[in-house]
Design a protein around this ligand. Structure first.
Ligand SMILES: [Ca+2]
Ligand SMILES: [Ca+2]
Length: 88
């Protein structure tokens, strides 16, 4: 089954998507997958950035293969906005 999240905000439960350009995308930053983007996730990203982590790692939020300040910014912004999962 294929499902396209990108066409409208209502494609996800609770309209829990963010508009990026012309497509709706899933929020990033919940590194530890506990359902919320918070200081714990941001600290993990910061640690991985300080250690110059690279490759396919959860803290590489923008998917460019490196953990750096741009990933930290995404996580920090989403934590500041209390981004988290919305469930039925
Ligand atoms: Ca989290
Ligand atoms: Ca990155």
């Amino acid at each position: 089954m294929l499902y396209n999240f990108t066409t409208a905000q209502a494609q996800a439960f609770g309209d829990n998507l963010k508009l990026k350009g012309t497509k709706w995308v899933i929020y990033g930053g919940d590194v530890n997958q506990d359902g919320a983007v918070d200081a714990t996730d941001v600290q993990t990203i910061d640690n991985d950035a300080a250690n110059f982590e690279s490759g396919y790692v959860p803290t590489d939020l923008n998917g460019d293969g490196f953990v750096d300040g741009s990933d930290f910014t995404i996580g920090d912004n989403n934590a500041s906005n209390f981004v988290g999962k919305i469930t039925p």
